[in-house]
Design a protein around this ligand. Structure first.
Ligand code: KG4
Ligand code: ZN
Length: 401
């Protein structure tokens, strides 16, 4: 097993490659901390026509973009392939065909250059986006364990993250969505309301103009899946003895509630008119007055209430889990972590509880490859390299329950 000496690790250069969903990304990171480049080719406009990611189109676009994106990342970093210490690539979870493009490219590259290859779990990447930026700011490392909320278009997970000294990170998946991811709910509700894609930035911007208390949304109680001490009931058929609260999420109910609200309040016509107007003006940005003028007060109130409820639910589950599992800090990452109300309310709650909370910069909240290179750094130091048979793992999990 090849390991990197302590002296060299601070300067080791990793090229990260990410292609799990609809962003082709490459980045060079030095020593797991210093981003030398971060290039993202987004396919958002392509998928916007369909209101969601179309897997076949995503793979085709990754194929088109990958060589240029990697070249651009290397050139912005001002280095050549020979300077690299390793190449890291997302192995899952994600779309099989999309992952395959990044993995095949990374394998060919490492084979050609004689460099080691590191496979990274996309979800671990999201957590390391926050840790990497905290190191960049030279902050005192957050005390462990951390409670990490990874919340995006494909995922809503709570992880308890800890580490033995300088050793490998360990994760325990203490909460997850039982149906839709939170970002998926944002995207679906935005679609129901005739807003643009992806829905998160639209709802985020428009919610500021509505009354968050106007429509009371409720979340179903989910049966606990794990015991308070973190153990899992052995007999799945008789989970009645599970103690304590559940930290799982469910977002499909609120989407149905929004649909029902639209129907009972006869909002269908105004939704259709808004959809048509936005199709004529794809250049209108979510926060613009032009876009906001398409929404009447009732729509703005519905949007604000939806967001208030979703953020409230994320906040309650996250802080309840942090308390139950004795977390010393909270990190939030993934596309929905870009949400302004979420940041504001999580910060206020953390301050109230005297817990540190950290978010990635907006650029590293959504999918990127700097987070993949950052998460790979510890693996490089430990000599954890991928084998030749590395392949896409669409359902890859992070940590046990
Ligand atoms: O992490 P990401 O780029 O890709 C996935 O791994 O899914 O997250 C994309 C998701 C989309 O569902 C998008 O609507 C949501 O993040 N999103 C937001 C915001 N910006 C992006 N959701 C709420 N508020 C935002 N400002
Ligand atoms: Zn992601």
């Amino acid at each position: 097993m090849r390991t990197v000496s302590h002296d060299n690790k601070k300067n080791s250069l990793i090229l990260g490659i990410e292609s799990s969903c609809d962003e082709t990304a490459a980045a060079v990171v030095r020593g797991g901390t210093e981003g030398l480049s971060n290039v993202v080719a987004s396919q958002m406009n392509l998928h916007a026509n369909y209101g969601g990611v179309v897997p076949e189109l995503a793979s085709r676009e990754h194929l088109r973009n990958i060589v240029l994106v990697v070249r651009e990342a290397m050139s912005r970093a001002g280095i050549g392939f020979d300077d690299l210490d390793a190449v890291a690539v997302t192995e899952g979870p994600g779309l099989a065909g999309a992952l395959l493009v990044g993995i095949t490219y990374a394998k060919a590259l490492t084979f050609g250059c004689g460099k080691p290859l590191i496979g990274v779990n996309h979800l671990e990447g999201h957590i390391h986006a926050v840790l990497m930026e905290a190191r960049q700011r030279a902050e005192r490392p957050m005390e462990l364990p951390l409670l990490a909320l990874v919340v995006s278009g494909g995922h809503t997970h709570l992880y308890l993250a800890e580490r033995q000294g300088e050793g490998a990170w360990r994760y325990r998946n203490v909460g997850r969505t039982v149906d839709d991811a939170a970002g998926e709910a944002y995207d679906k509700v935005a679609k129901l309301l005739g807003l643009g894609y992806p829905g998160g930035p639209w709802i985020d911007a428009l919610a500021k103009r509505g009354n968050p208390q106007a429509v009371p949304f409720r979340f179903a109680q989910i049966k606990p899946r794990i015991n308070r001490d973190g153990t899992v009931p052995q007999n799945k058929k008789a989970p009645a003895r599970v103690e304590g609260p559940s930290f799982d999420f469910s977002f499909s109910g609120i989407k149905t509630a929004v649909l029902r609200y639209i129907e009972t309040n006869h909002m269908r016509e105004s939704v259709a008119a808004r959809r048509a107007k936005l199709a004529e003006h794809p250049e209108w940005k979510p926060g613009s007055d032009d876009a906001a003028a398409l929404c009447d007060a009732q729509t703005l109130d519905l949007i604000a209430s939806f967001q208030h409820a979703v953020v409230g639910n994320l906040l309650r589950q996250t802080f309840a889990a942090a308390e139950t599992f004795g977390a010393r800090g909270v990190v939030v990452s993934g596309g929905v972590a870009a949400n302004s109300e979420l940041r504001h309310r999580f910060q206020a709650e953390a301050d109230r509880r005297g817990l540190p909370v950290a978010f990635p910069s907006l650029a590293l909240s959504t999918d990127n490859a700097a987070m993949i290179a950052a998460a790979a750094w510890q693996k490089l130091v430990a000599g954890e390299f991928a084998s030749d048979d590395l392949g896409p793992a669409p359902q890859l999990r992070l940590g046990g329950v």
